[in-house]
Design a protein around this ligand. Structure first.
Ligand SMILES: Cc1cc2nc3c(=O)[nH]c(=O)nc-3n(C[C@H](O)[C@H](O)[C@H](O)COP(=O)(O)OP(=O)(O)OC[C@H]3O[C@@H](n4cnc5c(N)ncnc54)[C@H](O)[C@@H]3O)c2cc1C
Length: 436
């Protein structure tokens, strides 16, 4: 009997899933698949990783739901090519559907899988699902990727159609009739089987927004101490436990500023697709020559939140303890590392990549390079955020600082490790020298 595989990756949900809907509309019954990819897992620095636990739970939930609808979800642990080679031996595949992933590694992986399947005449189709507009869909009038966010935002909004946010009927089609049950399916790997320990960090449930949460988003989004000032949906957008179409549609209705922020996400994914090299180095070539100081001790102080700059330290401690950091603190901590400490932005980007539960390569790279002023987006390299002014503006009562730095205001709290004014000048000189 012929089977269609639907391969889940960054779309760990049944509702409003483009690729899943397409698979379920085909002739052959569907077996959903998830691969715990050793090419990714083997590189993680810790065996206690909140993301792996989050993904594991989400996949278990999908497997339960698939079983509840009389189907079987295959969950494998290995290298994707090897997994597919085995699937080709075990089953007669009619087609493989998935949703597009724009990261450089994912693109190479998908090309290799498509090639492998092609040898056996199995069509491989990747659908656009995790953004509204991808790749070349929103360009400037001259046909290039926009380097100014405002221009992209305008073009993005102009390209919107009535059905851009329309729900895909995957949930409705997810029935016994369209799914396949595999007798004696292989057991799903546990976290321990894959060498990981359970490590949970707090996440907001995967629920759509409620009006009260985002009604005043434009006013609350920069209030560092306000737990409800932003949506905390980034982890769900990263892993697809919520649909971006549904969230965009809500944002459009409830708060236009939130739509702007979500458009940044589309923007950075589009930029990474056009400029994959920015994952490794500054887009702006002269800035690849910056003479970074890269002082290990100062880097450790930054990572551990003991720089003596309260907003920087509070942000880093929030990240270390929860796997999430407020956007305003992400900007301030990143700017401090790059400019005040003159440490290569890639060090900070990597630290965030290891710690953030919502780590998303395009957003992380895009925002780090935006803060550095070295990226595709035209942001001035000479802009240097003052950690003190940011604090006065966005945490005037020091509530955020006191929540994350219990020893704040005592002798136990360190003195500033640099003089901001001098460090600022040092950074300007180093950036300027690189441009000569
Ligand atoms: C240095 C730095 C690194 C970052 N790294 C990441 C990352 O790895 N993953 C990540 O998802 N976001 C990243 N961001 C963007 C932003 O900080 C987070 O998306 C946001 O804090 C997540 O919280 P939220 O869901 O409550 O955001 P909300 O304010 O509620 O925003 C809603 C959604 O809009 C999107 N969004 C908001 N701000 C941005 C932005 N500046 N750029 C792109 N998308 C945005 C996110 O998907 C977010 O979930 C980074 C920002 C900076 C300055």
């Amino acid at each position: 009997m012929k089977l269609t595989i639907f391969w889940h990756r960054r779309d760990l949900r049944i509702t409003d899933n483009t690729g899943l809907a397409a698979a379920l509309q085909g002739e052959a019954p569907v077996v959903p698949l998830f691969i715990f990819d050793r090419d990714i897992l083997d590189k993680l620095p810790s065996k206690q990783d909140a993301r792996v636990t989050f993904i594991y739970d989400a996949v278990e939930q999908l497997a339960q739901e698939t079983g509840g609808a009389s189907g079987t979800m295959l969950v494998c642990y290995g290298k994707p090519e090897e997994v597919f080679e085995q699937l080709l031996k075990d089953y007669d595949l009619a087609a493989v559907h998935t949703n597009e992933d724009y990261e450089p590694y994912a693109r190479q992986r998908d090309e290799a899988i498509a090639k492998l399947l092609k040898q056996k005449n199995v069509p491989f189709t990747a659908h656009k699902d995790q953004v509204i507009f991808a790749k070349d869909e929103v360009l400037t009038k001259s046909g290039t990727a926009a380097k100014v966010y405002g221009a992209y935002n305008k073009a993005w909004r102009a390209a919107l159609q009535d059905d851009s946010f329309q729900e895909r009927p995957s949930r409705q089609l997810f029935t016994k009739k369209n799914l396949h049950r595999i007798d004696q399916a292989p057991a799903r790997p546990t976290l321990a089987d894959m060498g990981f320990e359970r490590y949970e960090q707090p996440v907001t449930p995967a629920q759509l927004l409620n009006k009260n949460d985002v009604e005043h988003y434009d006013k609350t989004r920069n209030r560092l101490a306000d737990d409800h000032g932003t949506t905390h949906r980034s982890v769900h957008l990263r892993h697809g436990t919520l649909s971006v179409r549904q969230l965009m549609s809500q944002a459009q209705e409830l708060n236009d500023k939130l739509l702007d922020e979500l458009i940044w996400r589309d923007y950075f994914m589009m930029l990474l697709w056009h400029f994959p090299e920015t994952a490794e180095e500054s887009y702006d070539k002269p800035f690849r020559r910056i003479e970074w100081r890269n002082n290990q001790e100062e880097f450790a102080a930054w990572c551990e939140g003991r720089t003596g700059f309260p907003l920087v330290d509070a942000g880093m401690r929030q990240l270390n303890q929860t796997g999430w950091m407020h956007n305003r603190a992400r900007i301030t901590t990143a700017s401090f590392l790059i400019k005040d400490l003159l440490i290569d932005w890639k060090w900070g980007e990597q630290y965030f990549a290891d710690k953030l539960i919502d780590y998303d390569m395009s957003n992380n790279i895009g925002n780090w390079q935006w803060t550095a002023g070295t990226g595709v987006v035209s942001a001035p390299w000479f802009r240097i955020f003052s950690p003190e002014s940011q604090l006065q503006k966005y945490d005037p009562k020091l509530e955020y600082v006191k929540a994350w730095i219990p020893e704040f205001g005592t002798d136990a709290y360190p003195q500033p490790i640099v003089d901001h004014k001098e460090a600022r000048q040092r950074a300007l000189d180093a950036f300027r020298a690189a441009r000569k």
